[in-house]
Design a protein around this ligand. Structure first.
Ligand SMILES: Cc1ncc(C[n+]2csc(CCOP(=O)(O)OP(=O)(O)O)c2C)c(N)n1
Ligand code: SF4
Length: 283
């Protein structure tokens, strides 16, 4: 039986008090609760503090370009649908540099999970405003405050009819671990946006700020109701809902590929003579 110890304990480069630590803990808890062995899981990340999270657990990892985790994750899932594929990165990486991939993934609906550490700032590059920063958020780079409207990932995802949309708070580890499990179990694309304090560069949205505002969606909340999900997804400020906002079962992208139905391409024996022939065409 898989244990937490199998996912390892590593020294991290994160600041003490950073929300990343709790998200990592919740992730390991969720993987163990789902009885997933490290070799059954692939993490794909981009660049940033959050993107380092998969470096600190013992599973398969592909750490690629800034904002480019979703196309890699989708490709990996097509080649090996048996893998649990998780794209994990920060809000800048996922919604800024990777914004178009985010929209494309919602439309395609591959059976992958996207976990975003949303600290409303660019942490690794020392505190510039990110797509989710509030208008007026003052940084060294934006001394007059950010001019742009913040991007609301959960609202966009519900509006685009995404398969599964949830929001978590890194300060509530057990609740977050439950949401990660739900997101992984969902068949299709699942977004889990996690509110995460950055103690060094976001002095506004602190642990206390989130803790005072976050409330759990009530037990009788109907996550299949898109209109209600849109209302909750828009709620921000004095009260912020956490939990599964929206569920919508849609056809899964990789099932459109007939070769996948005949078994994972990753397990197909490669005929090297054929490959050499193809390569010769390009010499
Ligand atoms: C194409 C590209 N643009 C910009 C950068 C520089 N860069 C590296 S990390 C980063 C910000 C990361 O912020 P975020 O994704 O929010 O993650 P965090 O560090 O806050 O966890 C930026 C702008 C880069 N590496 N590549
Ligand atoms: S700079 Fe912010 S995001 Fe990066 S490790 Fe420190 S607290 Fe975490």
């Amino acid at each position: 039986m898989v244990t937490l110890a199998e996912y390892g304990e590593y020294e991290t480069a994160w600041c003490p008090g950073c929300g990343n630590h709790s998200i990592l803990k919740a992730m390991k808890q969720a993987l163990v609760a789902l009885k997933l062995e490290p070799h059954q899981v692939l993490f794909v990340s981009g660049i940033g503090q959050a993107a380092k999270a998969p470096h600190y657990l013992n599973a398969n990892v592909f750490n690629g370009l800034h904002g480019r985790s979703l196309p890699v994750a989708t490709g990996a899932k097509i080649c090996n649908p048996e893998l649990t594929v998780i794209a994990e990165s920060g809000d800048g990486c996922s919604y800024g540099e990777g914004g178009n991939h985010f929209l494309a993934a919602i439309r395609r609906n591959p059976n992958i999970t996207m976990v975003v550490h949303n600290n409303q700032v660019y942490g690794l590059t020392k505190g510039q405003a990110s797509p989710t920063s509030e208008t007026g958020f003052v940084t060294k780079n934006q001394p007059k405050g950010a001019f742009s409207e913040p991007f609301n990932p959960v609202e966009i995802a519900v509006a685009m009819n995404a398969g599964f949309v949830a929001r978590g708070f890194s300060g509530r580890i057990d609740h977050l671990a439950g949401l990660i499990q739900e997101a992984i179990k969902h068949k299709g694309f699942s977004l889990l946006d996690v509110l995460q304090p950055c103690v060094s560069f976001n002095k506004v949205n602190t642990f206390g700020w989130y803790d005072q505002r976050c409330y759990n969606l009530p037990d009788d909340y109907d996550s299949s109701n898109r209109q209600e999900a849109l209302i909750r997804a828009e709620e921000w400020g004095e009260r912020i809902p956490v939990g599964v906002l929206y569920r919508n079962q849609r056809p899964v992208y990789e099932e459109n590929f007939p070769f996948v139905m005949n078994g994972p391409a990753a397990k197909t024996k490669v005929d090297m003579r054929k490959v050499s022939g193809i390569l010769d065409l390009y010499r």
